[in-house]
Design a protein around this ligand. Sequence first.
Ligand SMILES: Nc1ncnc2c1ncn2[C@@H]1O[C@H](COP(=O)(O)OP(=O)(O)OP(=O)(O)O)[C@@H](O)[C@H]1O
Ligand SMILES: [Mg+2]
Length: 294
Amino acid sequence: MVSYIETKDLVKIYKLGNVEVQALRGLSMKVEQGEVISIVGPSGSGKTTLLNILGGLTKATAGRTWIEGKEITNATPGQLGYLRQRMVGHVFQTLNLIPTLTAYENVELPMLAIKMPASQRKKRVEELLNAVGLELRMKHKPDELSGGEKQRVAIAAALANDPPILICDEPTGDLDTDTGAKIVRFLLDINKEMGKTIIMVTHDPGIARLTDRIYRIMDGKIISIQKPSESEESNVQMMVQMYKDRLAETNAELEELQVLFNEKRISPEHFAERWHNLKQTKKFLELELHRMGF
Ligand SMILES: Nc1ncnc2c1ncn2[C@@H]1O[C@H](COP(=O)(O)OP(=O)(O)OP(=O)(O)O)[C@@H](O)[C@H]1O
Ligand SMILES: [Mg+2]
């Protein structure tokens, strides 16, 4: 039986002219109903790409995806529209609030898309803005709100049509630590009180530790799944070993790539793209190991 949310061997290749960017390289994951999970990993490792596939915005090049136990791999545009409007609330890394609309109107917008009756809409927008503590900011436009307030409007808008699943891309990204912690506590309340299943991308280990499970993604693949409750010390040892192994692999891949390029077996564009990604991964691993005292 498949899990509530599941992906199997996802591959995503973006084509830009004659350059191919492989954003996901066989990514598999499972999330159960009612869980809050976090996804952490270096810049460019494929986190947003994964969320866009789960949210029905992007199609994978290969691999399979299930949402609420139903396969969406070959969903029609109509089915994907339903998924986006009713099943998965999406808080984007860039928030995607409409600058000319007020907080109220931004939250109302997804309800208009499903033709919710006016009386119901008003009640629901007010409820949601209350829930995120913005009842006094209803008439403010995004530019007239703080970073944390904008983030909360985006969360309220994602919850507009009461989807069972909420995916959030760096919901604390640009916020100071205190405001970030508040947003996450707020998301944890939404999970408990409204029973939403939540998938959250974060670069903050402190925030990841508040979730049920932590998925680490690197270079388009899940490299580990951890429960924060697992003993801190064995966690650190395991992570250090894994990072060291991955660093050795990355160095070997860089050397191999150089050989392929020297022998003109790959294009300069492909070389540059892959080189950049591997360097990013290497930098991340070295920084993490340094942070852990190695
Ligand atoms: N629309 C696109 N067209 C071409 N390449 C893309 C596109 N979107 C993402 N990529 C590339 O795919 C890879 C993964 O990108 P993605 O946005 O998923 O990373 P990320 O883990 O979310 O990074 P960040 O932490 O910086 O947000 C990167 O190398 C990126 O340059
Ligand atoms: Mg991203």
